[in-house]
Design a binder for this molecule. Structure first.
Ligand code: HEM
Length: 166
């Protein structure tokens, strides 16, 4: 593909898998805040009952949900949950599984799900697609840690060497 535009972006398979995997491992919001507006009982996956009193402040742990071995591990996706492996999305696609079927909160979940998901994916795809066509990227550090803030950021401020492609 010579360039990416809104019409051909869906067929940019590798780019989309890299973006999906990046959002899974480094979600923009690494927790979602909630407050119980009524007394609530919930049932956990191992069938325990949990009482959440009205007014309780909750933090939904997106970071660890998106790395849960049970959902994202080798048995389901073909790769360890902690690994950056864009090809796991091909394994999932072959099984007919999408991000919607998984424990994946990159765009939230339920009634407050991000209404800008498709616009966001389009913008990110077009910008990242255009930049990687122009430059070759080489990471300066071997590994970059994520830094917690209002949103997730790279701790080293994204140190990369850029080389203009011919
Ligand atoms: C890649 C880009 C984006 C990411 C990763 C993202 C992520 C999220 C997440 C995780 C939430 C859920 C927050 C929660 O449940 O507490 C959310 C909500 C929301 N997003 Fe996005 N978003 C993106 C792009 C956009 C864009 C482009 C728009 C608007 C043009 C947008 C508008 C909103 C709005 C209005 C909400 C609040 C929905 C509600 O509370 O009912 N987002 N987003």
């Amino acid at each position: 593909m010579n360039s990416y535009d809104p019409d051909n972006l869906a067929s940019a398979v590798t780019l989309n898998r890299v973006l999906e995997e990046t959002l899974r491992l480094t979600p923009a919001l690494y927790f979602l805040p909630r407050r119980a507006t009524v007394d609530t009982w919930i049932e956990t996956t191992d069938h325990r009952k949990m009482f959440i009193p009205k007014g309780t402040q909750l933090r939904l742990d997106v970071w660890h949900a998106n790395r849960c071995e049970e959902f994202w591990g080798k048995a389901v996706t073909g790769y360890p949950a902690e690994a950056f492996a864009p090809d796991r999305w091909e394994v999932l696609a072959k099984k007919g599984i999408t991000a919607k079927d998984m424990l994946h909160f990159g765009f939230g979940h339920g009634p407050r799900f991000c209404p800008g998901r498709f616009l966001g994916l389009l913008e990110v795809g077009l910008v990242v697609g255009a930049v990687v066509k122009m430059f070759k990227f080489t990471a300066v550090g071997k590994e970059t840690q994520a830094k917690a803030g209002v949103s997730t950021k790279p701790a080293d401020g994204v140190l990369v060497d850029l080389e203009l492609r011919p």
